[in-house]
Design a protein around this ligand. Structure first.
Ligand code: BES
Ligand code: ZN
Length: 598
């Protein structure tokens, strides 16, 4: 494995590379601390290199020991470098000749950026505390001293202790299904990058959905979750038909409390998901298709650096829609693709040119800054353009081969491009000449020939939105109640940016928008209500912001709020109530918008 320069890590994998981690951790809820040790097995790539360098962020390191072959442990004089606000601090442990193990005793701090500790009041059951991790992009280092660069892949095992009435789960084999008792053991025998290390603990129940799929969640939401996600097995079968065997044995989903800052996170064998997708009608389960797709694009073939993030998310967004097409039909997939291109155009309107480049330079920046809609939707359109040009059959065969060739490896954008040239473009030079590779990968904006997904079902809705806006359609002539969630979103998006409050009231009365329990619809409506100064939606807005911590929703709502002086005052007041319940990542985002509370 050649070492790759990763501007987001201190590690030295070209010299000494972590191959396996054995964690031993105790979950201390009262102190909000994980305490224990990690025992790392090392590959001495360059035997003359006399140290291993790990990443840490805000860890309290108690001691380091090294050993050759796991016996004769000797204390080592470790050195913790100065801390950088984004990267944290490098931890250098000197090695003697032959040392191939290092054990670090450590504990986390209550403010660890990769962990959220919830009070009982912040959970659905309100009786027990809850903990969950979120390691992507570079937060694993805030709860494990590790080589936190995705070019390094490791296997892991863990022993985790919790209070006896609680359950711990991890992104590994050995999840407890219904078992309790306070001591849990996990093993991940496939090599994964550090950003896929994950843990959660709390009052967690389990429901099986099929031989190899199940749901973990707080007991009061387990059944609803299992119903919402009952098509997971069919999604897996569809993905396997397209891209080859699922290589991780089980696929379970952990439904988290609503402060989870993302929609989903593809932790291997155990996707973490927001409860905001529990719409009751499966209308938001493309999120599961997405996280499942990462079992190929991301977890099997991984971006080697965060500059190559689009390889993870662009491929995954493309595959997500192929899975949706297989399970829910071409019309459903087209609707998602059309809404995706809308998101992309909006994002391109907001971003500066350098941030519109798939192969983005993130030097000196937080890699989370690169997680805009751009790598997802532009990356997906790029793959779709190849599919359209070469035909589905050839492109599907290419992608399947790509996953086999790079399975369990971390790759650069250049590796993909070489592979694409060799295995797809070379077979048809005429078509290959029509692929503007440079415009897709290295230039801002979108190439002129970028695909324009279309959906007759959404076009019809757009016309109705226009008719109503122009005063040509009465609300009771609009079949809003019969529309899918995606059509409802399209309807709201196709209304004028602002409407007079009376017109907003007309829609609200007809379609009950302020009361919508579908979070995507509610979000779209609340955003529009803010733009239009529609006051009757404000109590719902506040409830939404206080009860949900998903960044995709709260960020645009706060941004819209702070545009006016009254809005800013309202933002401050509601944020003061909401902030204690938000995840550190969400707090960081909203602090920048609203300002830190006094
Ligand atoms: N891997 C991402 C989440 C992520 C990206 C976390 C970058 C931290 C840094 C996950 O697969 C994802 O893309 N989630 C989306 C949902 C998806 C349906 C687009 C999200 O959370 O919004
Ligand atoms: Zn993703």
């Amino acid at each position: 494995m050649r070492p790759i320069r990763d501007v987001h890590s201190y590690a030295n994998p070209g010299e000494t590379r972590v191959a396996h981690a054995a964690l031993d951790l105790e979950v201390l809820f009262r102190e909000r601390i994980l305490r224990g040790s990690v025992d790392l097995s090392l590959d001495r790539v360059d035997p003359s290199a006399a140290a291993v360098v790990l990443d840490t962020r805000g860890l309290d390191v108690h001691g380091a020991e090294t050993s050759a072959g796991g016996s004769g442990w000797t204390a080592a004089r470790f050195e913790l470098g100065t801390a950088d606000a984004i990267l944290g601090a490098g931890l250098t442990v000197p090695l003697r000749r032959g040392d191939d193990r290092v054990r670090i005793a450590y504990q986390t701090r209550p403010g660890a950026s990769g962990l959220q500790w919830l009070e009982p009041a912040q959970t659905a059951g309100r009786r027990h505390p809850f903990l969950f991790s979120q390691s992507q992009a570079i937060h694993a280092r805030s709860w494990i001293p590790i080589q936190d660069t995705p070019q390094v892949r490791l296997t892991y095992e863990a022993r985790v202790r919790t209070p006896p009435e609680l359950t711990a789960v991890m992104s590994a084999g050995g999840n407890p299904e219904g078992r309790r008792g306070g001591e849990y053991r996990f093993a991940m025998p496939q090599r994964i990058p550090a950003y896929l290390l994950a843990i959660a603990a709390g009052d967690i129940g389990f429901a099986s959905m099929s031989r190899r799929t199940g749901v973990y969640a707080e007991p009061s939401v387990v059944e609803a979750s299992a119903r919402e996600f009952e098509d997971t097995e069919r999604m897996m079968e569809a993905a396997e038909r397209l891209y080859g065997p699922y290589r991780w044995e089980r696929y379970d989903i952990l439904v988290l409390p609503p402060s989870f800052p993302f929609g989903g996170m593809e932790n291997p064998r155990l996707t973490f998901a927001t409860p905001t997708v529990l719409a009751g009608d499966k209308s938001l389960v493309s999120l599961i298709a997405h996280e499942l797709a990462h079992s190929w694009s991301g977890n099997l073939v991984t971006n080697a650096t965060w500059r190559d993030f689009w390889l993870n998310e662009g491929f995954t967004t493309y595959i997500e829609r192929r899975i949706v097409e297989e399970v829910y039909g071409a019309d459903a997939a087209s609707m998602e693709a059309v809404l995706g291109r809308q998101d992309l155009e909006e994002e391109i309107g907001r971003l500066d040119d350098p941030d519109e480049i798939l192969h983005i330079d993130l030097t000196g920046r937080d890699p989370d800054d690169g997680a805009t809609r751009l790598p997802y939707e532009k990356g997906s359109l790029f793959l779709r353009s190849l599919e359209e040009l070469f035909g589905r059959e050839r492109f599907d065969a290419y992608l399947r081969g790509y996953f086999d060739r790079f399975a369990f490896r971390s790759i650069l954008t250049e590796d993909f491009l070489d592979d694409l040239r060799t295995h797809l473009l070379a077979s048809d030079e005429g078509r290959a000449r029509r692929v503007p590779l440079d415009a897709w990968i290295e230039a801002p904006g979108l190439p002129e020939e970028a695909p324009r997904p279309s959906s007759p079902a959404l076009d019809a809705v757009a016309r109705i939105a226009e008719d109503w806006s122009a005063g040509r359609a009465a609300p009771d002539s609009i079949p809003f109640g019969k529309w899918s969630t995606q059509q409802r979103i399209q309807f709201l998006r196709r209304l004028p940016t602002t409407l007079p409050p009376a017109r907003m009231a007309e829609l609200d009365a007809a379609f009950g928008l302020t009361g919508s329990r579908n979070n995507e619809v509610a979000f779209q409506w609340l955003l529009m209500s803010l733009r239009s100064g529609y006051a009757p939606a404000l109590p719902r807005l506040e409830e939404f912001l206080v009860s949900i911590g998903r960044r995709k929703y709260i960020k645009p709502l706060y941004e819209e709020l702070v545009r006016t002086p009254e809005g800013l005052a309202r933002a401050r007041a509601v944020y003061a109530r909401a902030r204690p319940g938000y995840h550190p990542i969400a707090v960081d985002t909203v602090d920048r918008i609203v300002g830190q509370p006094a």
